[in-house]
Ligand binder design. Structure first.
Ligand SMILES: Cc1cc2nc3c(=O)[nH]c(=O)nc-3n(C[C@H](O)[C@H](O)[C@H](O)COP(=O)(O)OP(=O)(O)OC[C@H]3O[C@@H](n4cnc5c(N)ncnc54)[C@H](O)[C@@H]3O)c2cc1C
Length: 398
């Protein structure tokens, strides 16, 4: 299966890595993705946060810190990247709704409003402000979704519970793939004789074809329907990851999943290959160019030791905000945590600074100064920088 040399080897199969890889296979390049595991995307709502501070997410960019990676991509670059993402998703079972220039709010599983930008079509009808009647359907025993929180404090909203015989999000989503389950479920809703308005579900309407399932239920009950994401891990995030992975394979890319890199071969300023740990002889994956998208601490692209932070594939220099006493806090997920600025600093060509490698590009949440939790720019940043790194890589190859 391995060609003599890949044009591009992408390391890390998350939003950033898949964006780069799909752009490059689309341009006819031979691309491999190496990933040691599933990405953070599987925990996410599947919604694409770009920047939550303003009505138009792009208006918030000038207010970001001077070193934020969005400045290297620019407003046009971010718009092009998000439009590219929308185009890829358009031909899949999970098309997206929205425009890069407009934030919107969607309902959360605890009844608050989340600001985001692009959303799966199944969430497009989410209402957070209007007085439209909403009937929330939940499932007996389902954790990670709180209909009583959603209905409390809001007028014109009620909920009902269905006993699906299982209470996990994945278990219920799997049941929705089954036609006879859907038939029984639909006849139960029809018997509720709901008032006019919308019907909301936790995001469990199937795994492979949620929009088709939602449309079928909507047509049969005669009501507009939307999904509300559950707490992580969340089915829409899993749908997004699986869809990107299968789109990449369909586009002709090679996939080394569950693989750990054992060593890196380089000559002068060029990386020539990485070798993968395997039970027998290590396998060698050669490339003309490499894109590093291994994510931050959660995925293991960065690793904190007692006194410093390491990059786990090439041992690149990592920007760290001062000494440990400046960045250590018990609660890692606290927005504005100083360690959120840690990561790889790149120049305007997305090459890591202070390294000798000329054919290595870096993208996604491993970049320094992204501050994803503070800025709410997770998938947006991964898509924008993944797209930009791929375009620069293309120029390098030509
Ligand atoms: C709980 C949670 C919920 C979130 N919800 C949202 C949301 O709703 N919307 C949003 O926009 N953002 C959300 N985010 C942020 C967003 O998910 C991430 O910022 C974004 O997906 C990061 O993408 P990435 O490609 O940079 O990295 P990752 O998703 O971290 O992917 C990196 C990949 O690299 C692989 N890898 C790591 N080390 C190595 C190695 N040494 N060798 C090979 N492979 C390696 C990993 O296995 C992984 O597959 C959420 C984050 C969390 C933690």
């Amino acid at each position: 299966m391995t060609p003599l040399t890949y044009d591009v080897v992408v390391i890390g199969g998350g939003m950033a890595g898949f964006t780069s890889a799909l752009y490059l296979t689309g341009q006819g390049y031979k691309v491999a993705i190496i990933s040691k595991g599933d990405p953070v995307c599987c925990l996410s709502t599947g919604c694409i946060d770009v920047l939550s501070s303003d009505k138009n997410p792009l208006d918030g960019i000038p207010g970001l810190s001077r070193d934020h990676p969005y400045h290297l991509v620019g407003k046009k670059g971010i718009t092009d990247a998000l439009n590219f993402f929308k185009r890829i998703m358009q031909d899949t079972p999970i098309p997206y709704s929205g425009t890069p220039r407009k934030n919107r709010t969607i309902l959360t599983p605890i009844g608050t409003a989340k600001t985001t930008c692009l959303v799966p079509m199944t969430m497009a009808g989410s209402e957070t402000e209007s007085d439209t009647y909403i009937h929330v359907i939940s499932f007996k025993g389902l954790k990670d979704f709180f209909p009583s929180y959603i209905t409390s404090g809001r007028r014109n909203i009620r909920f009902s519970l269905y006993d699906a015989g299982t209470s996990s999000t994945i278990g219920i989503a799997t049941l929705f793939e089954d036609k006879s389950f859907r038939r029984e479920f639909i006849s139960w809703i029809q018997n509720l004789e709901l008032p006019h308005g919308k019907v909301a579900f936790p995001a469990v309407l199937g795994i492979r074809n949620p929009l088709k399932i939602l449309t079928e239920i909507s047509d049969q009950i005669g009501r507009e329907i939307f999904e509300i994401p559950t707490l992580p891990p969340s089915i829409p995030g899993l749908r997004l990851f699986r869809t990107l992975k299968s789109s990449f394979i369909k586009s002709g890319g090679d996939n080394y999943w569950g693989k750990v890199i054992a060593s890196v071969e380089s000559q002068g300023d060029q990386i020539e290959a990485v070798t993968l740990k395997s039970p027998g002889r290590p396998s060698r994956v050669p490339g003309k160019a490499f894109i590093l998208s291994t994510g931050s601490f959660v995925s293991g692209g960065l690793y904190a030791t007692r006194n410093t932070v390491k990059e786990t594939v090439f041992d690149l220099p990592v920007f760290v905000p001062g000494t440990r006493k400046d960045w250590f806090k018990e609660d890692f997920f606290q927005a504005g945590h100083a360690i959120e600025t840690a990561g790889i600093k790149v120049d305007s060509s997305f090459r890591p600074v202070n390294t000798r490698f000329g054919n290595l590009f870096v993208s996604g949440s491993i970049l320094s100064h992204a501050e994803i939790m503070k800025n709410h720019c997770g998938h947006g940043l991964a898509i924008a920088t993944g797209f930009r790194a791929a375009k620069i890589c293309e120029e390098f190859l030509s």
